[in-house]
Design a protein around this ligand. Structure first.
Ligand code: GLA
Length: 749
């Protein structure tokens, strides 16, 4: 066996193993609450769960076609057989106006295909037809095959019992007797009912400015949301929501929404066809993509989630949050509530050392912190961002006795110990890179473009994968580490993989991400108590793929508490506050040099999973007492904030001077309201806040934990009162914050 084929075999094994992990999602909820039926006479499949119905059928030319997606229908409703529509003219034949569930590129298809293949003989035509199906415990799979070649596609559907969100993916199997090249592949296509007034909502951003909510009308043509960066990226997040009108009310109207569970380059295309039908297709980005699929090999796509809500964008977010907490994150449906953490980064930068970290740990413990995290700077010659990445041994000058004394100290203070690492990266100025210059992504003879003075390891290589697993296992075996902050501080450039044959080199896009997941899965299996955070210079790698392996995410390096209102708002469209880490940091903040009160900073951060990143050495006794009080308040409301439905009462969008969020506990007995004022003008009072999601007939007691309501506000009133009359916060000035709890009063109904 040649060296190269050894290499390839190892790659194949890694790929197949990694695919298995992708399918090990927790089955939250009761699968018997998902109904999947097949009517053999009409050849119609129907899936029902929660408040959603999804219907598809096989038409007279054996294509698999969407028939309905939306609000749950009556069980008695029957669908006639699917029919291939008439084309509009010789320019748009039936195949290109059919609402395909999964279409090959061939036979005159001009829409975004789900699969495009080049065969070794030069043929590039692929027309997929229904072959068979299987229904098993609430799961539907449909097999399609090309009209002449042995190319099989299995499309799989699983509906989440609690939210009705559909999870779908496709597996491509090469049963021909030669390899072929997949040039484009998607998990599948969602098709919307015909309509001309659809609006697309999505999030864009950049470093320190992630999670901006955008919206635009869907008209003829195509909108592509994407990352070509090798990883998810903050410039676009792989999430969409589409509503039918431009109602400003967060909780009204029909919304279709979805997200791609993939942390590599990705694309979601939203295309309106010649009949004004909207198709949404998502998968790995087709740009510069190829996957060389050997005979007998199978290729598994990422999963593409899609949901429907008739409770507006707010309702769509609440379903996404529920799905993530109950069936995606590790330990779902019962993940731990996020501990309050302290992180040293903004306080000490790269200047970490034993005594300084111990002193910070003591102060953090005194205000109620539960997890102490030492950030960058503890290893190799890492005194700044120019050196040391890749040398994962403890720096002897900073920690002469290793990490154990600090870890023991942190544990003795009753806190967990967490550590920062950036396993996929190297500084050229590191012993590791000097020994392994070929282990990074590169094109021979070309420059290796650096970002933050670092290069990206080629995780697709089996030796790099083994090395990363090896040093992380050693680190976790030798130290009692409870938590890893896994960072990733740049995107790819020169994505070459010169060590493998030419036809395999573009497999790097797929294999890198699969190996990334495989490493995380192996680590979690070997160290089940260690929790992991996905960080990428802020929120550049947040998606449903990485979320399956990580307990929490870092949304942004921008910790300015006022900017954070906007960032956290955008984040919440797709992702749960129960995984969103928010730190209270120093004022003025390093980003905007804005000065904000400690209370404001706390209230901003308490809207997600609370952390502290301030330099506690600079805290006054007053600061300590405010912090201690608000950490305790947070612990009393955190289950509601991290698990309960979120209502964006006033989103900080379109230049709004106010922002307000409300969280209701899952049992409905507690609600938490946060209100912020950017700047008051002309003596106008704060808008009345009408709460949502309460029991109209229950009585709730109001208690402020910061700021206050106007005089004459009742301390106890019905859910109906708080929802219809509302609450008036007494807020004037600049950068004001108020927080209230409403607790159900027992026996007062
Ligand atoms: C990234 C992270 C920060 C911090 C630094 C350390 O920027 O987002 O939180 O960990 O790296 O270098």
């Amino acid at each position: 066996m040649t060296c190269l084929s050894l290499f390839q075999r190892a790659r194949m094994t890694a790929t197949i193993v990694a695919s298995l992990f992708v399918f090990s999602y927790a089955a939250a909820g009761r699968p018997e609450n998902v109904h999947v039926t097949y009517d053999a006479s009409s050849r119609v499949f129907r899936m029902d769960a929660a408040d959603v119905t999804y219907v598809l059928g096989v038409n007279e030319v054996e294509e698999v076609q969407t028939l309905y997606w939306g609000k749950r229908l009556s069980t008695g409703d029957v669908f006639p057989a699917a029919h291939s529509p008439r084309g509009t003219s010789s320019f748009d034949s039936p195949i290109t106006v059919t609402q395909h569930e999964f279409a090959g590129w061939g036979g005159g298809l001009y829409l975004e295909p789900d699969l495009k293949i080049t065969f070794p003989d030069g043929n590039r035509d692929l027309v997929l037809k229904y072959v068979s199906h299987n229904i098993d415990r609430g799961k539907l799979s449909i097999v399609m095959k090309d009209i002449s070649r042995e190319v099989y596609v299995t499309v799989r559907y699983v509906m989440d019992p609690e939210t009705g969100i559909l999870r779908r993916s496709a597996e491509i199997e090469n049963r021909t007797d030669a390899p072929f090249t997949i040039e484009q592949v998607a998990a599948g296509t969602y098709n919307l009912p015909r309509g001309t007034d659809y609006h697309l909502h999505f999030v864009t951003g950049r470093w320190a400015g992630e999670w901006n909510v955008q919206d635009e009308a869907i008209r003829g043509g195509k909108i592509v949301l994407e990352s070509r960066r090798g990883s998810t990226g903050s410039q676009n997040n792989p999430f969409f929501a589409i509503d039918r009108d431009i109602s400003k009310d967060q909780d009204q109207g029909d919304v279709y929404f979805g997200a791609l569970a993939w942390s590599g380059s990705w694309q979601i295309s939203i295309e309106q066809d010649a009949l004004k039908q909207v198709h949404i297709t998502a998968g790995p980005n087709a740009f510069d993509f190829a996957y060389h699929l050997d005979k007998r090999e199978r290729f598994q796509t990422p999963e593409f989630y899609g949901g429907f809500s008739d409770h507006g964008l707010g309702g769509a977010s609440r379903l996404m949050h529920r799905l993530e907490i109950d069936s995606i994150v590790p330990n779902a449906p019962n993940p731990r509530l996020r501990p309050v953490l302290y992180n040293s980064w903004e306080a000490t930068g790269f200047q970490v050392e034993e005594a300084g970290q111990m002193a910070l740990a003591e102060k953090a413990a005194s205000i109620g912190v539960e997890r102490f995290v030492m950030d960058d700077g503890w290893f190799g010659q890492r005194n700044n961002d120019r050196a040391g990445l890749g040398d994962w041994y403890v720096n002897q000058e900073k920690f002469p006795h290793g990490l154990q004394p600090l870890i023991d100290k942190v544990h003795s203070l009753g806190m967990e110990f967490g550590l920062w690492a950036e396993p996929e990266m190297v500084n050229p100025d590191s012993d590791f890179y000097r020994n392994h210059p070929d282990w990074v992504l590169n094109f021979p003879g070309r420059p290796r473009t650096e970002g933050r003075n670092q290069l990206v390891l080629n995780l697709a290589r089996p030796d790099v994968r083994a090395y990363v697993i090896g040093f992380l296992n050693k680190l976790l075996d030798e130290n009692q580490i409870d938590f890893l902050k896994w960072d990733y501080n740049r995107n790819w450039s020169e994505p070459g993989w010169p060590a493998v044959p030419l036809e395999d080199q573009k497999n790097v896009y797929h294999d890198f991400t699969k190996n990334f997941y495989g490493i995380l899965a192996e680590l979690r299996a070997k160290h089940p108590k260690v929790e992991i955070e996905s960080c990428s210079g802020g929120g550049s790698r947040v998606d449903l793929g990485v979320m399956h392996y990580t307990d929490q995410v870092w949304p942004s390096d921008n910790t300015d508490a006022a900017d954070r209102l906007i960032i956290q708002n955008g984040f919440s469209y797709a992702y749960s506050p129960g995984i969103m880490m928010d730190w209270v940091t120093d004022s003025p903040n390093f980003v905007n040099r804005r000065t904000l009160s400690l209370e404001y900073r706390f209230l901003s951060a308490m809207q997600g999973s609370l952390g502290i990143g301030a330099n506690l050495n600079k805290f006054t006794p007053d600061d300590f007492s405010v912090a201690k009080r608000l950490v305790a308040e947070y612990k009393a409301i955190r289950e509601t904030v991290q698990r309960g439905p979120l209502y964006r009462i006033i989103p900080p969008e379109d230049g709004s001077e106010q922002s307000a969020t409300e969280y209701v506990s899952r049992d409905g007995k507690q609600a938490v309201l946060f209100a912020f004022l950017h700047s008051s003008a002309e003596r106008y009072p704060y808008p009345t806040l009408k709460l949502r999601g309460l029991d109209e007939n229950a009585m709730y007691k109001l208690a402020p934990f910061a700021g206050k309501a106007i005089d004459r506000t009742p301390s106890v009133a019905s859910g109906a009162y708080w929802m219809h009359h509302g609450l008036d916060a007494d807020m004037f000035g600049d950068f004001q914050a108020a927080g209230f709890t409403l607790e159900e009063v027992v026996n007062s109904k």
